[in-house]
Design a protein around this ligand. Structure first.
Ligand code: SAM
Length: 256
């Protein structure tokens, strides 16, 4: 119910590129979010999901996040996980377009799950370096072997909980951080703050499920108001955060 009401409010308050005066944001909206090119990669994303929807495999899931609200038992079917807790086809396309548009070379993902988002970002640029963290060893084991068929050498996975793994990362800076796991207010704010030291002026943070719950929307409001953040773009499912010092602080809600 919270998500439905939030969506109605979003529809009433969101816009398109009209009225966006910042050239940086205008270009992002028109050339990235509204890019209607039918990339061949979309077929690959579609097939990736489709194969998993047909999978008969069950995984003994150890969920460190909020996902257990959706499915009670620990034995989960891959075919359900791809529907319930993975990036949708639409979000996967957005992640692909975003990676391509900004030409991200170093990406950190919090929450691998079945690798839908990882795969979308990975095929956008095979010269990038992607690190994805996942708490559940069994899910990660499955995803790792599933992804092996695609021979993507620029991916690396870390099995561990987000907070302690972030502390141990060797990388100084990331061009993009995709935060897609442990959807509650306190944890989301913690991960955001822990990763601030790994940003540069053009780093982009992408938050999934900012309207998943009241707490997530409060976390999103906190992030928007944070002094290090200049621009945010809310597309309902994904929230983009920019740190560019040359931008005036401004928040956009864009219907995609
Ligand atoms: C929503 S799924 C990720 C979906 C994936 N990014 C995609 O694009 O399809 C969230 C994942 O984060 C993992 N997770 C949640 N909280 C975690 C934590 N505190 N530490 C490590 N992994 C966590 C869960 O096990 C789950 O697989």
């Amino acid at each position: 119910m919270y998500q439905i009401l939030s969506y109605i409010k979003f529809i009433l308050s969101s816009t398109n590129q009209h009225g966006v005066h910042s050239p940086f944001v205008y270009n992002f909206v028109t050339k990235c979010l509204y890019n209607r090119t039918k990339y061949d990669a979309y077929k690959a994303l579609y097939t990736y999901r489709k194969k998993l929807k047909k999978s008969k495999t069950k995984i003994e899931v150890i969920d460190l996040g909020e996902g257990s609200k959706l499915l009670k038992t620990n034995q989960r079917r891959v075919s359900k996980m791809i529907r319930n807790s993975s990036s949708s086809f639409k979000n996967a396309k957005l992640l692909f377009k975003t990676t391509k548009y900004f030409n991200f070379k170093t990406i950190l993902e919090l929450g691998t799950s079945l690798g839908m988002g990882t795969y979308a970002m990975a095929i956008a640029d095979t010269s990038s370096k992607i690190i994805s963290i996942e708490g559940c060893p069994n899910t990660l084991g499955f995803t790792n072997s599933y992804l092996r068929q695609y021979n993507l050498k620029h991916l690396s996975f870390i099995n561990g909980d987000f907070q302690s793994t972030i502390q141990k990362l060797n990388e100084d800076k990331f061009d993009c951080v995709f935060i897609d796991g442990h959807h509650n207010k306190k944890s989301t704010i913690n991960y955001f703050e822990s990763l601030l030291s790994k940003t540069h002026n053009n780093t982009v943070f992408v938050f999934d499920d900012i309207y998943w719950s009241k707490g997530m929307t409060e976390a999103w409001a906190y992030i928007k108001a944070h002094p290090s953040v200049s621009v945010t773009v809310d597309t309902f499912h994904l929230g983009y955060v920019f740190f560019r010092k040359e931008q005036a602080k401004e928040h956009f809600k864009i219907r995609v």
